[in-house]
Every structure is written in C-alpha cells, then in structure tokens.
Design a protein around this ligand. Structure first.
Ligand code: ADP
Length: 476
C-alpha cells in the first residue's frame, strides 16, 4: 500500500517515502508513506487558502452532510479500520476498534453541532441600536497530530475545523500514516469541495516550521511533546497566530485509606497500563495513603503481572507492544533510572514474543518520592510509580506538585475528600473512582499548567478555537 499526500483534491505522486512498520512484528510492513518536502506543503497551503472562502460560505446542511457521511463510514468500518490501527500503532484490537468508533462518534457529534452554531443578539446600552455577536471561521488551520491516537486525534481536530467552516491541512505523526490516510480517503469522498481538506505527511522537523510560519495558515492545533509544543507556541506568538497545544501529563491517581480496594486497583491498572501506557492521560503517579498502601501495591502488582502482553492483533492480548524501538529504550532507561534512585521495581523488562517487536512487561515502581525523575518527567510507557503519603492533605499536595496538569484521579468513598479534590486538583480533568484516562467525546478535553495551552478541544468548547467572534452594531 502506498500512502500518498492529498492536496487540492488530488493524490500527489510520491517522490520520497518511508516504511510503515508493525510494532508487533517488524517483518510486517504495512506500506510506504509519502514524505512531503516543503514544495508539497506549499501546494497544500495554497490549495487550502483558495478553498477556504467557499467552505466558509457553506450552509449548515452541507457541513452536516459531510461530517455525517464520514461518521457513518467510520462506524460501519470500525472493525477493518480498527485492525489497521492496531497493526500500525500496537494497541490491542478492542482498543483499536474502540478508537475508530470514537472517531466516528466525534464526526457525528460535530455534524449536529454544524446545525446548532448560534450567536447572540443583545440590546445596546445606547437607544435604538442593535448588537449582534456572530462566530465566523478563521480560515486555514494547520493540524499537527501525534502517533498515540492515530485516528481519534485527527478526528477531534478535523471535525470541528470543518464544522465551523475552516479549511484544513493535516500533518500526522510519521509513525502512523495509515490511519491518517484512511481518514482523509473517506473525507475525499464526502462531498467536500477540492482543497478544503489536505493531507501532508512528512518529517515534522522539516515541514512543521513552514506550516507554523506561513501567513496563509491562521491557526495551529498541536498535540505532541512539550519541547515541540513550546517551539510551536513561540513561533505562533511571533506571527500572532492562534494556537492550541495539548502536551504531556504526569497524572496523579490518589488512593485514600477509605477507597474501595477493587475499584482503586482496577482504575489504576487501566489508567497506568492500558494502551501500553501511551496516553497523555495515563496514571503515572499513584499517590497512596499509608493505611492502604501495602494492600494496594500487592494487589496492583498481582494484576499487572497477570496482564497478557503480546501481538496487538492476537485474541486475549491485554497490552500490545511499545510503538517503536526509540520509545522502548526510553521506557527501559526510565525504569533503570528509577531503580538507581532507590525505587523498588517489579516488571519493566524487555520481552520476546513469537514475532519480533517492541514488547516490554509493565512496570510498577514503589517506594518512590515525588522528586525522583520517574515522578517529574513523562515516560509515555507502561510504567507507574507509587508514592506513599500520610493523609489526604499530603496526597493533594503531592498530586499538585508537578509542572503538568492534564488529568487527576482520586479513589475514595469520602464525599468530603472527593468534593475537595475536584475543586482543588490542579488539572483540567478530574476523575473520582475512575481511571485518569478514558474520556467522553462530547465534553471539553484539556489541561492546565504545562499540559495545555490555548482554548479547550472537543465538545461545544471547540468552537472557541475554530471560530472568531464578530460584534456588529446597527442603527436601523
Ligand atoms: P512525539 O514524541 O509524541 O512524537 P512530537 O512532538 O515529536 O511528539 O511529535 C508530534 C507531532 O509534531 C508529529 O506530527 C511531529 O511530526 C510534529 N513535529 C515534530 N517536530 C515539529 C516541528 N518542529 N514543528 C512542527 N511540528 C513538528
């Protein structure tokens, strides 16, 4: 399979390409993905720039029809596309199928939102004057996406961008061209005018800066690492461009003495290790009060060690491989650092399976303190650490003692502590008796502090980023 770039309604000839490797079996090459240079990106920017006014003038019905078509097809093909996703990214088949269904639901949600976009009409403070506040599209938006949710994240950026009348350039992560290509292929048959959606695959470091700096691109929505995000924000500031960043997390899961142990273990197992821990909302710091600490660590370690790690496409596998060799080495080195700094490590070794891939056992590092590197830096793998604390007050202080602020969880049966935590956890999303990861598609997603920048993604709140507001005064 050749994944070609899609620009101005045409699939471009590929001049340079990279192989798409299955992380569960490196002998399995899914295809070859085009690697755009700056010239192809420039073509895409021009095509989007030309197409933007036409789509901005489209009716809510046209937008609904496009988005509904894409949503329906994603849902109908979730088994096939979920398999592609799992083969390409390495999450288990149920997780892959679930993600495709999620992408479909997101398109359906924004199909409906296209019909509901409203403004405000107010009385002026001056007599006889009418005031209207309306939302309008911002023009061409550049969407830069990571590899860990290869269809859901492009979906939750493209769907609102189109819903609110913008033209799109998608720059997906290099490791997951297949999902981006499949999504754009569906969009290419959705009735969208040529040039409204463009796919430009290529090296982020080569073409990313051009996308960010082009005067024709009015806004950038980025999900990825903190250093790249900071660089993009700086460039957008220089060019006075609207920017939205979703970056890392070091999400705490607080477990109090009064927690239901089974719920706490289940939520922590899911939050820390599902999707191979490759979620920015993963529970990587388990902050546990001393009365339940021993029982919790023992029960969680037992469940973790029983997880079936293997080929993402195999039945019954609960944790797939790490996405690539570089990420695997980074995970192993963090486990090593944690052990050297005094952590007690269970699991965390490289594993061999029938097929050659990037397998590792999930790791639990207990007896850590919050200043250790394992607790300050994002690992982005199936590695969780445990921090023992005295009481709720110390747990909250430790939970908040991080530069990140995406998601925070608490397991407790105390209404008082749950309510206090919801109000005082420094995070954009708070979970009570639920994993820190796993969110709905119709409500805002995003964080505080170093995790996010700009307005929220998803749900109605997405309008804030993908539209601008006009205030009109009329003396009739
Ligand atoms: P990750 O480690 O999760 O891959 P990155 O921040 O490196 O996170 O990548 C996220 C996305 O940002 C990818 O699509 C990547 O190609 C893109 N990217 C990388 N470097 C740049 C850059 N300098 N400018 C714009 N985009 C970039």
């Amino acid at each position: 399979m050749d994944y070609r770039n899609f620009v101005g309604g045409q699939w471009l000839e590929t001049t340079d390409s990279t192989p798409n490797v299955n992380p569960s079996d490196i002998s399995d090459i899914l295809g070859y993905a085009a690697k755009a240079g700056v010239d192809q990106l420039d073509q895409a920017i021009d095509a989007a720039h030309q197409a933007a006014p036409g789509w901005a003038a489209s009716t809510p019905q046209q937008r609904f029809d496009v988005l509904d078509f894409v949503g329906s097809e994603l849902l109908a093909r979730k088994a096939e596309l979920g398999r592609l996703l799992s083969r390409e990214e390495g999450k288990t088949l149920p997780e892959g199928i679930g993600e495709v269904a999620r992408a479909g639901q997101i398109f359906k949600f924004f199909a409906g939102e296209a019909l509901r976009l409203a403004g405000d009409r107010l009385a002026s403070v001056r007599p006889g004057i009418e005031v209207d506040v309306t939302r309008f599209p911002i023009g061409v938006v550049g969407l830069i996406t990571p590899w860990n949710f290869p269809i859901a994240i492009p979906a939750w950026k493209i769907a609102p961008a189109l819903c609110y009348g913008n033209a799109v350039i998608l720059k997906p992560a290099e490791l997951v061209p297949g999902c981006a290509h499949a999504l754009i292929e569906i969009l290419s048959r959705s009735g969208l005018p040529e040039g409204v959606v463009n796919l430009v695959m290529g090296r982020g470091s080569q073409i990313g800066p051009r996308l960010v700096e082009s005067a024709k691109v009015k806004a950038i929505s980025f999900t990825g690492s903190v250093p790249t995000g900071r660089g993009i924000a700086a460039a957008c500031g220089q060019h006075l461009k609207k920017v939205q960043l979703e970056m890392g997390g070091k999400n705490p899961m607080v477990v109090l003495d009064d927690a239901d142990l089974a719920i706490a273990v289940e939520a922590s197992l899911n939050g820390a290790f599902f999707s191979t821990g490759q979620r920015c909302t993963a529970s990587s710091r388990l902050v546990v009060t001393e009365g339940i600490h021993e029982r919790f660590v023992e029960a969680l370690a037992e469940r973790m060690q029983a997880l079936k790690v293997g080929n993402a496409l195999e039945d019954g596998v609960q944790m797939g491989p790490v996405v690539d060799e570089r990420q695997l080495q980074q995970n192993l080195s963090y486990v090593d650092i944690a052990a050297k700094q005094g952590g007690k490590v269970q699991g965390g070794e490289r594993l061999n399976r029938d097929t050659e891939g990037f397998y590792m056992a999930p790791a639990l590092v207990s007896e850590t303190d919050n200043a250790m590197r394992i607790n300050t830096e994002e690992v982005f793998g199936p590695v969780a650490s445990v921090i023992r604390v005295k009481d709720y007050e110390e747990a909250l202080a430790v939970a908040n003692d991080t530069e990140f602020g995406l998601s925070a969880g608490i397991c407790t049966t105390s209404l008082k502590h749950a309510s206090h935590f919801k109000a005082n956890a420094e995070a954009g999303m708070v979970m009570v008796n639920l994993p820190t990861a796993g969110v709905d598609y119709h409500v805002p997603f995003g964080g505080t502090k170093g995790s996010s920048f700009g307005s929220r993604e998803q749900g109605r709140y997405a309008a804030e980023f993908y539209t601008s507001v006009k205030t009109a005064y009329t003396l009739p």
